[in-house]
Design a protein around this ligand. Structure first.
Ligand SMILES: Cc1ncc(COP(=O)(O)O)c(C=O)c1O
Length: 455
C-alpha cells in the first residue's frame, strides 16, 4: 500500500477541520490545504466558492513570449530570407537542426512544417507505401494514423495497456503480417512506451521503429531521449506542445541516410548535404519565422522541464495520500517523462461511485482544467473510414483485407479507460508555483468528501 504517510480517513478528517486550514507534517510533507475548511466546503458545482477563483490561471498561460522571442521573430522577418530551402548554415532552420540534434543527443535532425509531416517523411524514408502496414496505437492523435493512411498504407491500431495507457506491447506480435513494415509507438501524453519490448519485436521481425514523440519532448528511456531510441523520432512544435513554434516539426536520428531522405522529402527532394535533388519530395518546409521561434523556445525548454519535474514530484507526493486517484504506472525503462498530458487513473469507488465525467465537471468547476486522460479512440474515428471508403484504397487493398481491418478495430481497454478511468492535466499547469499543486489536491479532496451530493 502506498498510503503509508497518512490514512485517507485521517487526511480527509484533518482537511475538514480548522477554519483557517492547517499543515500536514506527517512524513515530512507540509502542504497547506487552506482552501478546505468548514466554511468553504460547498462544491463549486453546487454554488460554493471554487478552490481557484474564477479567471485565475493554474500554472501559466501557454506559450511563453518574452522580448527575445519577439526580437528573433522580427529579425527573421527583416532579413528577408523568409523561405529557407538551401540547407545553408545561416538559415534559421539549419541552425535549429544543429542545436536540437545536440540537445537530443543525436547526430542528425531535419525540420518540417508540422509533426504530421515529420511522421510522413519518416515513413517515406523507409519507402513505406501502398499496401504496407504500420503497427501503431489507437490512443493517439489522429495525425499518427493519417500519416500512414496518406501513404495508402494501413495503420494497425493496437489497444492500450490498462496500467500505463501506452500501446500494449503484448498485442503487437499477433498483428504482424507479411505486409508489416514498421512499429510506430506513440509516447502519448509524454510518458514512454515500453521500448525494450518494442525494439525486441522489431528486431525479431526486421521492422523499423519510428517513434512519435510529438507529445514527449525530453522524455527519456534508459537515460536516452525518446526519438533517439528507435530508428527515427518525430516531433511536433505546434503551439500547444512543450516546445512551441505555432506550427513546426522535426525528425531526428543517428542514421544520416534516413534523415537525409526524410529531409529531402520535406524540401522538394533536395539532399541536405548539397548533392542535389536526389530524393522524392514535396514542400513541407517551415518558414524562417517558425524556425527562429523554435530556436528561441528551445533556449528555455530545459528550464521549463525542470520546473515541471519538480511540481509533478510534489503533486505525486500529495496524491499518494488520497485513495482513488493515482498516476499511471510507468515502465521500468522510463527514466524521465514529459507532461504534455499528465495521466492519472480515477477510481470512482473511492468517490461514492461518482462517474468520471461528473468528477471532471466538478474539478473544472473548482478551477482545475482537467481533461480526458485518453487522447483518442482512433479506431472509432470517422476519418479512418473516410480513407477506407476511397476508391484508391479499394484499388490497393482487397475487399477481404479491408473487411478484416474493419473487424479488427476493436480496442475495449482504451474505450474503458476513456469512459471511466483516465484523466489528465496539461503541461502548462505544472509551470506555476508549488501552491498550484496544493490547489489541485485540495479540489480533489473537496470533491471526494462531497461526492455523494453530486449523485
Ligand atoms: C501524438 C501526436 N502525433 C502527431 C501530431 C501531429 O503534430 P502536428 O500538429 O504538429 O502536425 C500530434 C499533434 O497534436 C500529436 O499529438
Amino acid at each position: 500500500m502506498k498510503k503509508n504517510l497518512l490514512t485517507r480517513r485521517t487526511f480527509v478528517k484533518k482537511t475538514s477541520v480548522g477554519a483557517a486550514g492547517f499543515a500536514i507534517t506527517a512524513g515530512g510533507i507540509s502542504p497547506l490545504f487552506t482552501s478546505i475548511n468548514q466554511n468553504s466546503d460547498k462544491l463549486a458545482l453546487l454554488g460554493g466558492n471554487p478552490v481557484r477563483s474564477k479567471g485565475s490561471v493554474l500554472g501559466i498561460k501557454w506559450p511563453v513570449i518574452e522580448e527575445r522571442d519577439l526580437e528573433m521573430y522580427v529579425d527573421a522577418f527583416k532579413n528577408k530570407m523568409w523561405s529557407e530551402h538551401s540547407n545553408k548554415k545561416d538559415e534559421n532552420g539549419v541552425q535549429f537542426q544543429e542545436q536540437y540534434a545536440e540537445f537530443m543527443g543525436v547526430k542528425h535532425c531535419h525540420v518540417t512544417n508540422a509533426g504530421t509531416m515529420a511522421l510522413e517523411a519518416a515513413q517515406r524514408a523507409f519507402d513505406i507505401g501502398p499496401g504496407d502496414e504500420v503497427i501503431t496505437q489507437t490512443n493517439t492523435f489522429i495525425a499518427t494514423a493519417q500519416s500512414t493512411l496518406n501513404l495508402f498504407a494501413l495503420p494497425i491500431l493496437i489497444d492500450s495497456d490498462p496500467e500505463t495507457f501506452m500501446i500494449n506491447p503484448d498485442l503487437i506480435e499477433e498483428r504482424i503480417t507479411p505486409r508489416t513494415r514498421a512499429i510506430l509507438p506513440v509516447h502519448i501524453g509524454g510518458a514512454v512506451a515500453n521500448m525494450d519490448k518494442i525494439l525486441a519485436i522489431a528486431k525479431k521481425h526486421n521492422l523499423a521503429v519510428i517513434e512519435d514523440c510529438c507529445q514527449a519532448h525530453s522524455a527519456e528511456w534508459r537515460n536516452k531521449k525518446v526519438g533517439a531510441v528507435g530508428d527515427i523520432g518525430c516531433f511536433s512544435f505546434q503551439q500547444f506542445k512543450a516546445l512551441p513554434a505555432g506550427e513546426g516539426g522535426a525528425v531526428i536520428s543517428d542514421n544520416e541516410y534516413l534523415v537525409a531522405r526524410a529531409g529531402g522529402y520535406v524540401n522538394n527532394g533536395r539532399d541536405p548535404h548539397g548533392k542535389g535533388r536526389v530524393f522524392p519530395g514535396a514542400n513541407l518546409r517551415p518558414t524562417s519565422f517558425q524556425s527562429a521561434n523554435m530556436i528561441s523556445q528551445l533556449m528555455r525548454h530545459e528550464e521549463q522541464n525542470k520546473i515541471r519535474d519538480k511540481n509533478v514530484a510534489y503533486l505525486e507526493k500529495l496524491l499518494a495520500e488520497i485513495d482513488g486517484i493515482s498516476p499511471t504506472k510507468k515502465y521500468d525503462g522510463q527514466t524521465r517523462r514529459a507532461y504534455y498530458a499528465y495521466q492519472l487513473v480515477y477510481d470512482k469507488e473511492h468517490f461514492s461511485g461518482l462517474p468520471k465525467a461528473k468528477f471532471m465537471e466538478a474539478l473544472q468547476a473548482e478551477g482545475i482544467p482537467v481533461k480526458n486522460g485518453i487522447d483518442s479512440n482512433v479506431h472509432k474515428d470517422p476519418s479512418v473510414d473516410a480513407y477506407l471508403n476511397l476508391d484508391s484504397f479499394k484499388r490497393i487493398f482487397s475487399q477481404e483485407r479491408l473487411d478484416k481491418y474493419r473487424r479488427e478495430r476493436h480496442c475495449p481497454v482504451n474505450e474503458h479507460l476513456s469512459e471511466e478511468k483516465g484523466i489528465a492535466l496539461y503541461h502548462a499547469v505544472f509551470l506555476g508555483p508549488k501552491k498550484d499543486m496544493e490547489d489541485i489536491v485540495a479540489a480533489v479532496v473537496k470533491i471526494q468528501k462531497n461526492a455523494s451530493k453530486l449523485m
